[in-house]
Design a binder for this molecule. Structure first.
Ligand code: UDP
Ligand code: MG
Length: 309
């Protein structure tokens, strides 16, 4: 018998949790000849009754375990905590809002056990139900990060996946503070099979991602998996330097040939703002990396646990 750990990050999900629990139970019954489940709810500092719901589920069913954070640390931290506590031979990360259809677990398990993959991951083939602007920026993000980074980040990839213990341990060996799982999953390698499915809307509650928080998350991903922006800063600087040399030559020749009374205030103003802008932009890029290094060197814990069973 295999043990499959189901890691479920939850942030204010009191309505979704019981529905999710029922669904997962149905799937466990389907797989009962091959595997048992262990469900780990990670309460990411919810302000509603998520923790209470987890306690109740645990009382009623011992295969349900939970970890509760002292505050909201974000989904990345919740996934890490779940992976760290998981004991299964295989581990799945599943959203509690049923946007990750639990029924896929059956095929995912087969993909690993029968077809010899190390990981079966999912991606959305459509972005139905999502606003046009959000989809547009999501597409742009994937095209940019894949140009900048050697690690492939699959467009539309979800965190929903089933992995072998070996792959989970590899992921846990990455101790970085700024975690971007979509990159980490791909960085550790291993053979991954992709399953596609159409976007499903959440069963209850609301998404906790605003446009701004997604934007920051995207920046985090780029900085964590690429140093190309730093190179862009140096290349821009060098290009401007060459341009300036050519321009100096041009002005000297022009002055010697025709003489030149003072003039050119507008062009000067444009130049100053242009160069100033580029300088600030490049300093900004540096600052982004510096701030990440700063946080890494502090070695703060990625999450703090208040209660767990
Ligand atoms: N989540 C979390 N911590 C957070 C935000 C979200 O643990 O700070 C969980 C949330 O409960 C859900 C999953 O991460 O199970 C995905 O979040 P959500 O459905 O809000 O994101 P979306 O599906 O819209 O990308
Ligand atoms: Mg969701």
């Amino acid at each position: 018998m295999d043990l499959i750990s189901i890691v479920v990050p939850c942030f204010n999900e009191q309505e979704s949790m019981p529905i999710f629990y029922n669904e997962i139970n149905k799937i466990e019954k389907k797989m009962k000849d091959n595997a048992n489940f262990e469900i780990i709810f990670v309460d990411d500092g919810s302000t509603d009754n998520t923790l209470q719901v987890a306690r109740n589920l645990n009382k009623a069913d011992k295969k349900v375990k939970y970890i509760s954070f002292s505050r909201n640390f974000g989904k990345e931290a919740a996934m890490l905590a779940g992976l760290e506590k998981s004991k299964g031979d295989y581990v799945a990360i599943v959203d509690v809002d049923l946007q990750d259809p639990p029924s896929l677990l059956v095929d995912m398990y087969k993909g690993i056990v029968n077809d010899g993959y190390d990981c079966v991951a999912t991606r959305r083939s459509t972005r139905k139900g999502e606003s046009k602007i959000r989809s547009f920026f999501a597409k742009k993000f994937y095209s940019i990060i894949n140009k900048l980074s050697k690690t492939e980040i699959v467009d539309g990839a979800r965190d929903y996946r089933l992995m072998t213990r070996q792959m989970v341990n590899s992921i846990l060996s990455l101790k970085e503070y700024n975690r971007f799982s979509k990159g980490i999953f791909s960085w550790v390698g291993f053979r991954t099979k992709w399953i596609e499915y159409e976007n499903v809307e959440r069963v209850a509650g609301n998404t906790s991602w605003s446009f701004w928080s997604l934007f920051l998350y995207a920046l985090e991903g780029i900085i964590a998996f690429s140093t190309v922006p730093l190179a862009i800063a140096s290349i821009l600087g060098f290009a401007l330097f060459i341009l300036a040399l050519i321009w100096v030559g041009f002005i000297i020749v022009k002055t010697l040939l025709w003489g030149d009374p003072v003039g050119g205030y507008p062009s000067m103003a444009c130049l100053i703002t242009f160069v100033g802008g580029i300088q600030l932009f490049c300093t900004g890029i540096l600052g982004q990396y510096l701030s990440k290094v700063y946080l890494e060197t502090k070695k703060r814990p990625i999450y703090l646990v208040k209660e767990e069973i």
